[in-house]
Unconditional design. Structure first.
Length: 146
């Protein structure tokens, strides 16, 4: 793990712009969160909160501007950034082409201490079939990993 300089902001956004076609989801956002600080991210629906978070996680690419998380570019050092984060979305979406096994392996790739024993216990408890895609499960029984 990279040791971060205490002066390096945990989050640093400079002039973030993210457009969907001609619609500005985020337009010129500047944000700096120093290490050791706790911030809330509030705004009305459609204000760009989720879009900004997805840009921080490299789930969306900015139209313009720069982003640093722990002093790193999430687009270039995605694994290093994601190893240090947790993201719990309001709706979980899986990659539809991935099987349960592939999804678990993908999620495990971001964690140095992924516990395969616990994974097996949960897979057995929820009767998960590694070769199946999550979409084949009824909505109430779909795997719900974060």
């Amino acid at each position: 793990m990279n040791v971060m300089n205490p002066e390096t902001p945990v989050i640093e956004i400079d002039q973030l712009v993210r457009k969907y076609g001609r619609t500005d989801a985020v337009n010129g956002l500047n944000l700096r969160v120093p290490a050791g600080q706790c911030y809330g991210f509030f705004g009305r629906n459609g204000a760009g909160k989720t879009t900004t978070i997805k840009c921080l996680l490299n789930l969306l690419q900015p139209t313009a501007g720069t982003i640093r998380v722990f002093g790193q570019d999430p687009a270039r050092q995605e694994v290093a950034v994601k190893k240090r984060l947790a993201y719990v979305p309001d709706q979980v979406a899986f990659y539809p082409w991935m099987t349960v096994r592939e999804t678990l392996d993908y999620l495990a790739s971001f964690r140095e201490r992924w516990n395969r024993g616990i994974e097996m216990d949960y897979s057995g408890s929820f009767v998960l079939m590694p070769a199946k895609r999550p979409a084949v499960y009824p909505k109430g029984k779909r795997p719900n990993w974060h």
